[in-house]
Every structure is written in C-alpha cells, then in structure tokens.
Design a protein around this ligand. Structure first.
Ligand code: FAD
Length: 462
C-alpha cells in the first residue's frame, strides 16, 4: 500500500476507540520510526525533541561538554551527539536503512557505501519528510518528567515538557502511552583505573572527541577496543607519536609485541594495571608507557533522568529492566515501551520492528502475555544469562542472536522475516572489518552481494 493510501486509512483508524494518545521522546532513528509506525496504526502522536532537528546522534555537533571532557558531572552543559568529524558508518548503507525506505545514494550527496555521518542525518531527514513526521514533532522541547499514574486498571502518563529557551514553567499533558527513544550514547561510562585520580595527564571520553589535531606528537592511551576505540585510535595515530590501545577482550592470541596500523605506531595491550603520579600507565600484559592523554572509549550508560515509573523499571548494572523482550515492563505494558536499547545490532531495522510491535500492542491488534507471564519470561531470560556466565551488563547485547530477535518481532507483527541477503552482508562486513580494520569501508570482498542488494532496494515502490 502506498503512503498516501495509508494516510487516508489512518483517518478512519484515528476515530477508532483503539487509538491512543502517545508521547514519543526523541526524534532520532528510533523515535522517527516509532512515530511512523504509531501514525500508521492510527494513534495520536506527539514527538518531543529537545534539539532543533531530527536525526539524534547523527546530527554532528562540533561543541563539546564543559566538564573537563569526561562527561560525568550531572549538571554539565550537555551535548547529545557523540559523532566525531570524520566518522563513517560501520555498516554498509544497504542494510543500515529502514527496510521499506532504502538508504540509496542520491545525486550530489555522499554516495559511498559506508557514508559519513552527514549522509545518515540527511537520510533520516528525508525519512521524516517523506512520511510527514515533521508535522508531529515539537522541536526544542525537553521532556523533563514522565510519571506513571495508576487509577484502578487504567494507566496513564503525566508528561512535563519545557521549551529549551525557557528557564521556568513548562507544560503538562496526560498521555495514554509513552514510547522512550532518547538514545543511549550520551551518558559516558568511564573505565575504573587504579591510581587515576593522581595521574597528571589529560583524560577525555570519546563522547567529547571531535578531531585529532590536539593529539599531534602525543603519547595516547585509548581504553576500549570496540568500534569507537579501534576507529579513533587509527585516526589519531596519523598525528600522534604513539597510540596504545588497552582492550579488555583481547586474549593471549593477540600479538602485543609488534605495532600495527598504517603508521606502525599503534600498540595493543590488555587492561591497565595502574596509573602513577609520574604519568606512567602500566598494563597487565606487562610493559608501561609515559602517556600524555588517556581517552576512554568505554561506552555509555542507559539514562532516563525524566522517568518516574514508581519503581517498576530501573537500570541495574546497565541493564534496563525488567523488560519483556527489551521493550515492555510487564506491569506497565503496553502503556510504555522502550525502542532501540539492544546493542551490537543493525539498529534501524530493529527499531522499526520494535516500534511496529508497540503500535500494534497499543491498538489491541496484538495481545501480550499477562503481566505475570511476561515477568516469568524476563526472569527466565536473566537466569539463562547468568547460567551462561554473563552479567546483566550484557543483557541488551544481542550480537549473534539479533536476527532471531528480529524474526521473533516479525512473527509477532506479521512482518516478513529478515531477508537472507541482509544477514549475508552483515556477516561479510563483520568478517572484513575483523581482518581489514583499516580498509573495510572501501575494499569489499562482497561486491556481488552489494549490487544484488541495490537491485532489490531500487525496486521498492515508495
Ligand atoms: P539517538 O540518535 O541518540 O536519538 C535520541 C534523540 O532523543 C535525540 O535526538 C535527542 O536529542 C532526543 N532526546 C534525548 N533526551 C530527550 C529529552 N529528555 N527530551 C526530548 N528529546 C530528548 N548505528 C548504525 O546503524 N551504523 C553505524 O555506523 C553507527 N555508528 C555509530 C557511531 C557512534 C559514534 C555512535 C554513538 C552510534 C553509532 N550507531 C551506529 C548507533 C546509533 O546510535 C543508532 O544508529 C541510532 O542512530 C540510535 O538512534 P536513537 O533514536 O535510539 O538515539
């Protein structure tokens, strides 16, 4: 069905008693697709966005925060985006976009298969415009408070918002449901390093990294060997004297003795043993360096400063819960849903499916299990996690199970399962990234898959 036909169908749905008044918090990739799915399903939507644009983390902001580059003071001047100037996607565009709105190159824009951040921001703007979502967004509006209100069996939500340019006042509104899409790459998590309080060098978190200039001729220790740690290390190695990456997940089969990288000045180490007052950083794998800068590429905390669920949902060891299938708190479902919490995933597609599930659960097209059944399933999930030797910190890390999860959501919502070509491209990219971290964005062994995917995506009738 074409979007215009769907719009008129929505008019009918809007009048149906199953239509809910829904507040969506945040207009990033998650909030935009949540709004689209909710509108499609006939709900009344207001999308609150604290900045003046859609796109969330993809909207590059040259500003950094004002608390010594670490981002740990709660009352700091906040900057939402964690993108640095040169960032390119780590997924190829044909699997990164939403499934029915292909992320294809456009005339006069960055047409690379792994484009820069501005191209993703432009794609998200295109998406918002195409589906008329901009009409539902209240820009420059910060959601300050979202509190649950229970009267008998009826649950509603008090939402207080404030215009960014107003210091006082605000507006309160009651909603039937809330969809939380505030992102999870803005609240920096630091590594715990023995002796760090007396270490005399400069520290920063990757959230506040933008360009490599200030690293020229410095000796830098980067903590963290996930995507950001690896990419940023390679970028600063072009100008720095030495870069030393400390990776928690590296094991003895990694060669710590030889430098790597185009400039032969990146060394790998295991975790830091301690830092000293004379500037030395000692590694558990042996060896030490006298470093100028420590950069924490150690990830982020889930953070919902506005949310008051009267204790029904919390963050424990960076696991948001209890949540049924990473989305619904059993006791409050479906009146509140979280979109986009899983990591090590292809996020846009996953957000699309989660949003559809929420929209259909709210309109009553999908029945959820009873609160007690959902809670039992959540407890089973935590028990399995523990039995496999994983802490709760890894609860939302889907990695190898992401497609199983996506297909479960597809099944719930009557959507098509994830196409095999998407999985093949994801796997080929992961392999290429592992073996060729310097070049994987520009040299691909899966060129045939890439062109097949493009041919399929070009056929999508918008
Ligand atoms: P966000 O994009 O963070 O959007 C959240 C929105 O909520 C923001 O617009 C924010 O302003 C708004 N907001 C927050 N709090 C409030 C409030 N209280 N009131 C009102 N508005 C609020 N994904 C990929 O698919 N490919 C990649 O290559 C890739 N690279 C990445 C590189 C980096 C450095 C980072 C940080 C992430 C990367 N990601 C990548 C993951 C990326 O986060 C997701 O793709 C996706 O954009 C997340 O969207 P989101 O809507 O969940 O969050």
């Amino acid at each position: 069905m074409k979007w215009s036909e769907m719009e008129s169908e929505n008019e009918t749905l809007r009048k149906s008693p199953s239509s809910c008044k829904v507040a969506v918090i945040g207009a990033g990739a998650a909030g935009l697709v949540a709004a689209r799915e909710l509108i499609r399903e006939g709900h009344d939507v207001i999308l609150f966005e604290q900045t003046e644009s859609v796109g969330g983390v993809w909207v590059y902001d040259p500003e950094i925060e004002d608390d010594d580059l670490l981002g740990i003071r709660k009352a700091r001047k906040r900057v939402h985006s964690s993108m640095y100037a040169s960032l390119r996607t780590n997924l190829p565009r044909e699997i990164m976009g939403y499934t029915d709105f292909p992320f294809l190159p456009k005339e006069g824009r960055d047409g690379r298969r792994f484009p820069g951040h501005a191209e993703v921001a432009a794609y998200l703007e295109d998406f918002a415009e195409f589906y008329g979502i901009l009409n539902y967004v209240q820009f420059c509006t910060v959601v300050e408070y979202v509190g649950v209100c229970k009267k008998g069996n009826k649950i509603s939500w008090n939402v207080r918002t404030r215009r960014r340019d107003e210091t006082e006042g605000g507006k309160e509104e009651v909603f039937d449901a809330v969809v939380v899409c505030n992102g999870h790459y803005s609240e920096p998590k630091l590594a715990e390093v023995p002796g760090i309080s007396k270490w005399p060098g400069v520290q920063l978190h990757s959230h506040n990294y933008r360009e490599p200039g200030s690293f020229t001729d410095k000796i830098v220790v980067v903590i963290g060997n996930a995507a950001s740690g690896e990419d940023i290390s390679r970028e600063i190695a072009r100008v720095a004297k030495e870069v030393h990456i400390s990776g928690r997940t590296w094991s003895s089969n990694v060669d710590f003795s030889e430098p790597i990288g185009d400039h032969g000045n990146i060394w790998r180490h295991t975790m830091i043993e301690c830092t000293c007052e004379d500037g030395t950083v000692k590694f558990k794998s042996g060896g030490s360096v006298s470093a100028d800068i420590i950069m924490h590429c150690t990830g982020y905390f889930y953070y919902f400063p506005f949310l008051d669920t009267q204790g029904e949902v919390g963050v424990d060891d960076n696991c948001v819960g209890p949540l049924y299938q990473h989305v619904f708190p059993p006791s409050l479902a479906p009146s509140i849903g979280f979109v986009g919490l899983p990591w090590k995933v292809v996020p846009f597609q996953l957000c699309e499916l989660q949003s559809r599930w929420i929209a259909m659960a709210l309109s009553g097209k999908i029945s959820l299990p009873s609160p007690q059944e959902m809670m039992n399933l959540v407890q089973d999930f935590y028990a399995k996690l523990e039995a496999s030797g994983k802490t709760k910190r890894l609860a939302h890390n889907l990695a190898t199970s992401q497609y199983e999860y996506d297909n479960w959501l597809s099944d719930q919502t009557g959507s098509a399962p994830v196409e095999t070509w998407r999985i093949k491209i994801y796997e080929a990219t992961s392999r290429n990234k592992r073996h060729n971290p310097e070049t994987y964005r520009d040299v691909w062994p899966d060129e045939d898959l890439h062109y097949q995917a493009f041919a399929l995506l070009e056929q999508i009738d918008l």
